[in-house]
Design a protein around this ligand. Structure first.
Ligand code: NAD
Length: 309
């Protein structure tokens, strides 16, 4: 399937970003969002995202005006080859949306949900036939961060997960396949694990919020943008690769793991990290910091894209 016509259901933070990327990739987009003026906010988002997409070389085939705003979810999916669902993370809204669109879908169309917290099987209950429905979980913002986590299960028809991955990869995404359902999928669990230890170090008084954050972005974070943790440790003990690394460091890691913090967020911890973050921000607004983050994200992608395999 060529996936030339796409649909976005929901045009909030995630839906608008997906729409911008689909348009940039030369797809037409039909979008449904019931919020007043959502057409204006989605258009404004696309306008802001477009120069970045051009800079990253992702908009060569695209036309930012190739978008239609629809009056219902059923109308928005008519004739679409690929549908990305981004409605609020509430199971009742997801189920109502699936019930609306199911009779209107084009034969063979693939529907992917952006859901972060709901599981595929919870969402499948909203379908008569979920065979062409998968999880397609992006990392915010989808037009800028390449990762998409894709999951199907025994109710998913053969070839549908592969079709979704082929679509995403054709528009510049990097996909991973989840072999089974897991709360938080993969990437958010990894973030949660790192953040837990970061907070624990602050709570124990080992270092400030600013310094723990620095220890991530100026150290391993920079390396993680090139390879994952296991790939990096394969390079961590010379020519012997991972077996040699494991020979050297098994006891060290097992010892560290025994000692990792098991902290939970409570009022006291929340106050401590909020105060630490205020100091770390040094008076800069959230908007200013977000601009800096986005500029650095674009610069990293721009520099590293040509070096990827
Ligand atoms: N925000 C993130 O960082 C992030 C990251 C990855 C995945 N997600 C997932 O993406 C999905 C959307 O999240 P978001 O952050 O964009 O939320 P959001 O609140 O920014 O956007 C949701 C949009 O859906 C619209 N909407 C409400 N009812 C609707 C309906 N019946 N049909 C169509 N649209 C409807 C709302 O008007 C709103 O514009 C969620 O499932 C969330 O878990 C979010």
């Amino acid at each position: 399937m060529t996936f030339s016509h796409t649909s976005c259901l929901g045009g909030g933070v995630i839906g608008a970003s997906w729409a911008a990327l689909f348009l940039a990739s030369g797809k037409s987009v039909s979008l449904y969002d019931p919020a007043a003026d959502s057409d204006k906010s989605v258009k404004a988002y696309i306008e802001t995202a477009w120069p970045t997409l051009e800079r990253l070389g992702l908009a060569e085939k695209g036309n930012p005006d190739n978008i239609t705003f629809c009056q219902s979810a059923a109308e928005a999916v008519e004739g679409a080859d690929f549908i990305q669902e981004n409605v609020p993370e509430r199971i009742a809204i997801k189920h109502a949306t699936f019930a609306d669109i199911e009779p209107a879908l084009k034969e063979g169309a693939i529907v992917a949900s952006s859901a972060s917290g709901l599981t595929l099987s919870q969402m499948q209950d909203g379908w008569q036939n979920p065979s062409h429905f998968v999880l397609g979980h992006p990392f915010n913002p989808p037009h800028l961060i390449p990762l998409v986590e894709v999951l199907g299960n025994d109710k998913t028809a053969e070839g549908v997960v592969e079709g979704a991955r082929a679509f995403y990869e054709s528009i510049g995404k990097i996909t991973i396949r989840l072999n089974k359902e897991k709360n938080g999928h993969v990437a958010n669990r990894l973030q949660a694990a790192i953040w837990r230890e970061a907070i624990s170090l602050v709570a124990e008084g080992v270092a400030s919020v600013e310094d723990v954050d620095k220890a991530v972005w100026a150290g391993p974070g920079l390396r993680w943008a090139t390879m994952g943790p296991t790939g990096l440790f394969h390079l961590g003990a010379g020519a012997g690769g991972l077996p040699s690394f494991l020979d050297h460091f098994t006891d060290t890691f097992n010892g560290w793991w025994d000692d990792l913090g098991q902290i939970y967020l409570n009022d006291e911890i929340k106050q401590k990290i909020t105060d630490g973050m205020s100091q770390s921000a040094q008076g800069k607004s959230v908007e200013e910091l977000a601009k800096k983050r986005d500029a650095m994200l674009v610069a990293i992608q721009e520099a590293t894209r040509p070096l990827r395999d």
